[in-house]
Design a protein around this ligand. Structure first.
Ligand code: GUN
Length: 382
């Protein structure tokens, strides 16, 4: 797992101001070409050109920052064989289609689109460009030249939930949620299941911001949770705004996707960090060998794609041991987060004791587990 060091995070914070200034322009950046004198470097024309399309700025400190670490890792690992570039802050709209076509027009033969809402644009452009391979993070639609991939972020949420369960004093945890898709609902529930594994009486509140990246809205949502009695928060948004709000208000919170410890040293309880590098390395290796696979990949703790890092010093050892036990079980396959008995918040049993959720169950979650207040947006009235 590539944990970020503090210096790179602080650099990211500094960068984010610049990055945000170019947000509307969808800033495009290219890696500096290899020095012309390097004898071992292949001519640029022979290099595999790889494009990355990001929904938020690389200085977000979370989701996109982490994808970009993966990009940098493959740039280094396959130096001389690949040339990577990225476009950041691309809205999940027709802009995405334009950026994808532009990337392909510039000779990129492998394109990573790293947000759920890019799905329809990837499908449309890929159908027109059969010679280009597309990789769509977190989507569910594949094609001959479109693979989908994701990490089991819910496993990180569960491990964070265990820590939350050991640290909440109000017995009310909260989640700032982004876009209401099964992935995000699964993460909310997994966080709550982790907390309730420590104390079954724990309740949870959720506030939706309906965006992946909006630091002001994320902060507002966190404030409203704290005002309603929440003292430990998780988030499925891209920035450290929830953590920063916790720091200001004397609450506790987690980093997600990236190591966010440097943003809120007092509030930070741990970061559920995603490492995209193993998957990106595999895809590039396959593509360079003329063996791009396609398909659907979902890697978790077992594959080293997600883990809870930097657990705070004041978390009791007994809680840290519980995290370690769950992590070990996820690694060796003896434990699954979604194992019954699990009821929804109307009292309906969804998984019987000992029953382990299958893939259709996991990818279709649109309910809250018992103890979570309210209804999933879009599932109201069902
Ligand atoms: N786009 C930005 N952040 C996310 C995320 O957490 N999940 C998905 N599916 N897409 C995103």
């Amino acid at each position: 797992m590539n944990a970020l060091n503090k210096r790179s995070l602080l650099k990211a914070v500094a960068l984010s101001a610049v990055t945000l200034a170019t947000l509307a322009a969808c800033g495009k950046k290219e890696e500096a070409p290899a020095p012309a004198a390097a004898p071992a470097a292949a001519p640029a024309a022979d290099k595999l050109k790889i494009g990355f399309m990001y929904v938020s700025p690389i200085g977000d400190g979370g989701w996109t920052f982490q994808h970009d670490l993966g990009r940098k890792a493959i740039q280094e690992k396959f130096a001389g064989k690949v040339e990577t570039s990225f476009v950041e802050s691309v809205p999940e709209s027709a802009d995405a289609e334009r950026v994808l076509r532009d990337m392909a027009g510039q000779g990129n033969k492998l394109i990573f689109a790293t947000s759920f809402g890019f799905q329809e644009y990837v499908q449309k452009v890929a159908a027109d460009l059969p010679d280009v391979k597309f990789e769509h993070a977190t989507g569910y639609k594949q094609a001959a030249n479109v693979a989908t991939y994701d990490t089991k972020t819910f496993e990180g949420a569960y491990l964070a939930g265990i820590v939350a369960g050991g640290m909440t004093k109000t017995k009310t945890v909260g989640v700032v949620a982004s876009v209401p898709i099964p992935e995000v609902v699964r993460n909310i529930n997994s966080f709550v299941l982790g907390a309730q594994s420590v104390d079954p009486s724990i309740k949870a509140k959720v506030v939706w911001v309906n965006e992946w990246f909006s630091p002001p809205k994320e902060a507002e949502a966190a404030t409203s949770l704290i005002n309603r009695g929440v003292d430990v928060m998780y988030q499925n948004t891209n920035s450290p705004a929830v953590l920063k709000t916790a720091e200001e208000r004397g609450a506790r919170a987690f980093g997600k996707d990236g190591d966010m410890s440097a943003f809120a040293p007092k509030a930070h309880l741990g970061s559920a960090v995603v490492d995209w590098t193993p998957y990106y390395s595999k895809v590039v290796e396959d593509t360079l060998a003329g063996n791009w696979q396609g398909g659907n990949f979902w890697w978790g703790v077992k594959e080293g794609a997600i883990d809870l890092l930097k657990i705070a010093d004041d978390v009791p050892q007994e809680i840290k041991d519980r995290v370690e036990k769950a992590r070990a079980g996820l690694k060796d396959g003896s434990f699954a987060v979604w194992t019954g008995p699990i009821k929804d918040n109307t009292g309906k049993e969804l998984l019987a004791a000992g029953q382990v959720a299958d893939l259709p169950f996991l990818t279709g979650i649109n309910f809250y587990v018992a103890g979570v207040e309210g209804k999933v947006p879009g599932a109201e009235g069902k």
